[in-house]
Ligand binder design. Structure first.
Ligand SMILES: [Ca+2]
Ligand SMILES: [Ca+2]
Ligand SMILES: [Ca+2]
Length: 733
């Protein structure tokens, strides 16, 4: 820094004396604090040179929310809280050494959040010479949030593992009051282990049950691992309780403790936050000094309580407020308990490596050895003579490296384990030809056994197996290696064609258009002219299926194009002459296209023209008689010689159905008798009688698909009978 100023001076002397004076003033007033790696020894936080460090600073609200503050925003607030020329209250400026970033949980995309919010915020605070606490700000039962917290730290920890000023607060407030510390500890231990796998050296702040109140037993039952600091939150209501204070005092006698939240305001809306400088503020600060507690004050905000600022970001001052008190306390302590400026390098060995079936493995620190000393340990015993940046090992165990560099010592460890990698076997395929399954490489030293449908294939002991079998057959391979256990994987031979509902469609009966057979080979059971399902419903191949608004609901096939076809496996249980009733709709402008039905590949109907119905969901029924279904017919195909219609289903009806293939007389129902005192009979040229009887108040009374509607049990009065969507008035007398 000194050399830099001299060079600057010699170049600038030629230009402007005022600039030089300004530059010097700037240099003197913006000296940033050092933020080397911190570590824990006993109940103290220390810098690499062994100086005791006590972190004192400030909490700010959810940084994503603070970004949207219209007055100061996030970066404006960081500037405000580090402005060393702010005369508010009695101190001349702000001197926090740590800032805590509240991060509300529920982040949907960690990468976006990291790129747009967290990383820029950490960078901004880092440039100010601050330690930064990343606070995963749950105030919730831990049991519902284990997965999210795992994912949060798996993403964030590796990204900040090289920043000596970044501190991880695992889980803000585990509310779980029913858990003891001992019951809670395994959950926190899992998170600590997870974070340590990614980030060997950052301080980890561990909360405790009941909103960070039960850390006392950590004094006799601490978390396993290095550089862990315990979190306590002590608001005025806690401060009044001797039990709460004792918990902190028990812990802090043995392990380091940080108050990541304390604060007060006489006018706070919650009584638990109400306090003054005289009653609470001065006392808790003296108590923190007595027990060597680090702290961050909650909350440097104009909204989140207890607020240090007014709504217009004026610092609240006086005996009833914490704003001025915190600022003045930070100034008073600005030079106390601070680290020396030493750059330390942290080695990183990875999380875990597998030795199995390898003769040796290299553990690499990634460092050269210039100016550094390396010590390697196996299972906590120093390995004599190993002083290189890389260690070659041939036994499993816990390996640790210590690196001396720039006057400090950093370490990391990795487990070398003996477990087999999972086998990467094809999961399933249709066997149109023989297929070679490979469970490894020919050079792998493992032994293999293969099973077919659960029975060992005696001759199969190779890494590979050639299979060609009927669909549904399941092959299992198990790979083993002495001392490493075994691992297994499956392969299933798929049927090229499968029934959509698990069995063939029974005929006579209803053939839903959307229930065409499943295909595991291209263009085997259906053919569609464009990729993907334009309707996006039900199926995910190329056929276009959408939700239908026809009576009865379900789906229809739409976007029909010339040349497309669909096949259905059928089971003809009552052979003979049948009628096929096509349930179709079309809003095409000229022609609605046509359908051709074939059975077992033999044309059964010729081209049947489809009608224009005026709407893509305005359905009608087209009847084709005299189709002979024999017991040996197993495959029905809908071919589309010309597209332009939607199809909901085919109804196959035994016998002859009176009607016409033209649905233009859809409205020619007859209802007889009407009025009635009992049975109404429906007659007409539509042969699907989906009907609903609706009261004058609009209540559905009954529904059915029979040709007769029995009104004998309903009260006298006027009703609406909906027949295939068409409304008729009927009167019961
Ligand atoms: Ca398509
Ligand atoms: Ca299509
Ligand atoms: Ca349908």
């Amino acid at each position: 820094m000194v050399n830099f100023i001299i060079i600057k001076l010699t170049t600038m002397i030629m230009r402007n004396l005022y600039s030089i004076i300004f530059f010097l003033l700037l240099s003197l007033t913006t000296s940033f604090a050092a933020t080397p790696w911190l570590h824990v020894e006993g109940n103290k936080i220390k810098d690499p040179a062994g100086n005791v460090v006590i972190l004192r600073g400030i909490d700010i609200q959810d940084i994503g929310g603070q970004k949207t503050d219209p007055t100061v925003g996030l970066y404006g607030l960081i500037n405000l809280l580090t402005n060393q020329n702010d005369p508010a209250s009695t101190s001349p400026g702000w001197y926090p050494h740590v800032i805590r970033f509240t991060i509300n949980p529920g982040i949907s995309n960690f990468q976006t959040y990291y790129d747009n919010t967290l990383k820029p915020a950490v960078d901004s605070a880092s440039k100010k010479g601050l330690y930064v606490i990343i606070d995963n700000h749950f105030i919730a039962d831990i049991l519902g949030n284990i997965d999210y917290t795992n994912r949060f730290w798996s993403f964030m920890a590796p990204r900040f593992r090289d920043q000596s000023n970044v501190i991880f607060e695992v889980y803000n407030e585990p509310i779980n009051s029913s858990l003891t510390w001992g019951q809670f500890k395994p959950y926190m231990q899992d998170w600590v282990d997870l974070i340590r796998g990614y980030a060997p050296n950052n301080l980890i702040l561990a909360g405790s049950p009941q909103w960070d109140q039960k850390m006392g037993d950590a004094s006799t039952n601490p978390l396993v691992g290095a550089n862990i600091v315990y979190v306590a939150h002590v608001y005025p209501n806690h401060w009044k309780s001797a039990w709460n204070r004792t918990q902190v005092e028990m812990a802090s006698a043995i392990v380091p403790v940080i108050l990541t939240e304390w604060g007060f305001r006489a006018g706070a809306s919650s009584t638990s936050l109400q306090g003054t400088v005289d009653v609470y503020g001065t006392q808790i600060m003296d108590w923190a000094d007595l027990h060597g507690l680090s702290w961050t004050a909650w909350c440097a905000d104009n909204d989140w309580e207890p607020t240090m600022f007014t709504a217009t970001w004026q610092l609240r001052v006086g005996n009833n407020e914490m704003g001025g008190f915190v600022k003045d306390k930070l100034y008073e302590k600005r030079n106390d308990d601070q680290p020396a400026d030493i750059a330390c390098l942290a080695p990183y060995l990875g999380k875990e490596q597998t030795l199995c079936a390898k003769t040796s493995i290299d553990i690499q620190t990634g460092f050269d050895n210039t100016g550094k000393v390396f010590r390697w340990y196996k299972d906590n015993t120093l390995i004599g003579g190993e002083t290189a940046p890389t260690l070659t090992v041939n036994q499993k165990g816990l390996y640790k490296v210590e690196v001396d560099s720039n006057g400090c010592t950093m370490s990391h460890q990795v487990s070398i384990v003996d477990t087999l990698f999972p086998i990467n076997l094809t999961k399933s395929a249709v066997l149109t030809d023989s297929l070679l399954l490979e469970a490894g490489l020919p050079t792998d030293p493992y032994t293999y056994s293969w099973e077919k449908n659960g029975n060992v294939i005696a001759s199969a002991t190779s890494y590979s197996l050639k299979v060609f079998d009927t669909c549904g057959t399941k092959f299992t391979v198990t790979s083993s290696y002495a001392g490493c256990g075994s691992t297994a994987a499956d392969f299933t031979a798929l049927c090229p064609r499968a029934y959509y509902l698990g069995t063939p469609i029974v005929v006579p009966g209803k053939v839903e258009a959307e229930y065409y057979d499943i295909q595991n080979l291209p263009n085997l059971t259906c053919y569609d002219t464009d990729a993907g399902n334009n309707g996006g419903a039900l199926r995910s191949d190329n056929v276009d299926v959408e939700v239908t608004s026809d009576i009865g609901g379900g789906y229809n096939v739409g976007w029909t194009n010339t040349g497309e076809w669909l096949e259905y496996s059928i089971d003809v249980q009552d052979p003979g002459l049948c009628a096929i009733l096509f349930r179709v709709a079309s809003k095409a402008t000229t022609s609605a296209g046509s359908i051709d039905i074939s059975l077992n590949g033999v044309d059964a109907t010729g081209n049947v023209a489809m009608p224009l119905t005026g709407g893509w969901q305005t359905y009608t029924t087209v009847v084709v008689n005299n189709i002979n279904f024999s017991a040996t017919d197993t495959l029905l195909r809908i071919s589309i010689p010309q597209g332009g219609f939607n199809i909901n289903y085919l109804q196959v009806v035994k016998g002859f159905v009176q009607g016409t293939e033209d649905a233009s007389n859809k409205t020619s129902f007859n209802i007889y008798p009407n009025p009635t005192n009992g049975m109404i009979t429906l007659t007409g040229s539509s042969f699907i009688y989906n009907w609903q009887l609706i009261s004058s108040l609009g209540v559905l009374i009954m529904e059915g698909s029979e040709q007769r509607v029995d009104l004998s049990q309903v009260p006298s009065g006027q009703y609406t009978l909906l027949i295939n969507g068409e409304a008729r008035k009927v009167v019961k007398w």
